[in-house]
Design a protein around this ligand. Structure first.
Ligand code: FAD
Length: 389
């Protein structure tokens, strides 16, 4: 049973829940899982250690799992490495934190052919090379880290109260509601990943699903589930709108077999006939920013999103910061694609994305797809257990 709660059209979108679930199951989830494992998509360039611009760092992370974990050098494609004497088994570690090794050995020449261009929706910028490192996302999954309490709470409170107010009143315009839903949908997805991969028994290092957490934080709130589906469709729309650009982008990592795999998974996803038949326009962005106040409103929301992006430097746990930064950059990239230009013809001519933006965009879509799958598969049984208690 899909439950009456989640049937019909996803609010503000152009597809219904059942179709989203089916497409995710048959097309999106399998291709995205394949895509994010490829060499091109698994290394994310990120500045992990910078000061919070809003308040002193009070990050308290209880578990060692907060740290971004070791990245075996042997994994790296030869073409990514510089040629100034680093041996195969000598990755440069983050000073004083051997358990938090990230790899700085990737050559700046890697991923040739990508432009360096600004994203007006975010503060993160891969052209700023100081102290940026590459992290293997496959080795640092988004999961429970023990990052709880006032520090985590303060970030979410600031995100919602200062930058993205909830909309109880009818006064909010559609754009503000959509902005709120995007953040809430991302929040739902983060919570689902925490609950799906939770440290159940610290002494035995036993990981698994925390059913009650998933229910308490997300499933008992139909709006949070709805916002997750909305965010998924919003990002999917951005990806399909930029399909021609993404198809012809440069995915060269020096490993022909891997690169062919990347291109083929990308094409499978972008031009899938099932997707095009069942949900050709998952979200209609053309209806936004209309009217006299459209441009001012866009500027205001853009500034609020930039604040949220800057706030990711205040997340007091490395792994949470990594995924927070990546997903906010991914969302900013989706907004850049959807709101920078009007028609698809113009998009073809004007769209310029950074390599990191594309990596963030596709990894975000994958995370959302995983969350939707999790809700679809676990939702009904979790609700049954919890409501029976
Ligand atoms: P929180 O999740 O902190 O929620 C705070 C309040 O926001 C809730 O009380 C509720 O009023 C409201 N709220 C909750 N969900 C929604 C929603 N979907 N829509 C609208 N409102 C909502 N922890 C990890 O273990 N692993 C991670 O990878 C991780 N990544 C994080 C990334 C970021 C950017 C941030 C800010 C935090 C991250 N955390 C992570 C911490 C985690 O999100 C929670 O803050 C923490 O687990 C404490 O949860 P909580 O029960 O206090 O509720």
């Amino acid at each position: 049973c899909r439950c009456a709660k989640y049937s019909g059209i996803v609010e503000d979108c152009c597809c219904d829940y059942e179709t989203v679930d089916r497409l995710n199951e048959e097309v999106l989830h399998p291709s995205l899982q394949e895509l994010v494992r490829t060499a091109f998509f698994r290394y994310f360039k990120v500045k992990l250690w910078c000061d919070c611009p809003f308040w002193p760092d009070d990050g308290m992370c209880r578990l060692r799992d907060c740290s971004v974990c070791e990245c075996p050098d042997s994994e790296f494609p030869e073409a990514f490495k510089p040629h100034y004497g680093l041996s195969q088994d000598d990755p440069i570690c983050q000073e004083g934190k051997p358990q938090a090794t990230v790899d700085r050995t990737i050559d700046s020449k890697a991923f040739r052919g990508w432009v360096e261009t600004d994203n007006p929706w975010t503060t993160d910028d891969e052209t700023d090379n100081t102290e940026m490192t590459y992290v293997n996302l496959q080795l640092n999954p988004e999961r429970y880290t023990g990052y709880i309490g006032p520090s985590a709470r303060r970030i979410w409170d600031a995100v919602y109260s200062e930058n993205c107010p909830k909309y109880p009143s009818e006064e909010s315009c559609q754009e503000e509601k959509i902005f709120y839903k995007l953040i809430s949908g991302l929040h739902s997805s983060i919570s689902i990943h925490i609950a799906a991969d939770y440290l159940l028994d610290e002494a035995r290092n036993l990981w698994g699903q925390n059913v009650s957490l998933m229910y308490d934080r997300v499933l008992q709130y139909p709006d949070r589930v709805g916002n997750l589906y909305f965010t998924f469709l919003f990002v999917l729309r951005a990806v399909t709108k930029a399909a021609d650009y993404l198809e012809h982008a440069e995915y060269d990592t020096g490993n022909l077999t891997e690169d062919l795999k990347t291109q083929s998974s990308m094409r499978q996803l972008l031009f899938n006939p099932k997707l095009q038949a069942a949900c050709p326009i998952p979200f209609d962005e053309a209806k936004l920013w209309k009217g006299q106040h459209g441009p001012d409103l866009k500027q205001k929301i853009q500034q609020q999103f930039r604040n949220i992006s800057a706030m990711m430097d205040c997340v007091g746990c490395e792994k949470c910061r990594l995924w927070g930064k990546l997903q906010v950059l991914g969302l900013g990239t989706a907004m850049k694609i959807l709101f920078s230009v009007d028609g698809p013809e113009q998009l073809d001519q004007t769209l310029q994305l950074q390599r990191n933006e594309v990596i963030a965009l596709m990894n975000l879509l994958n995370r959302l797809s995983e969350s939707v799958k999790c809700v679809r598969e676990m939702g009904p049984s979790v609700e049954k257990i919890m409501e029976g208690q």
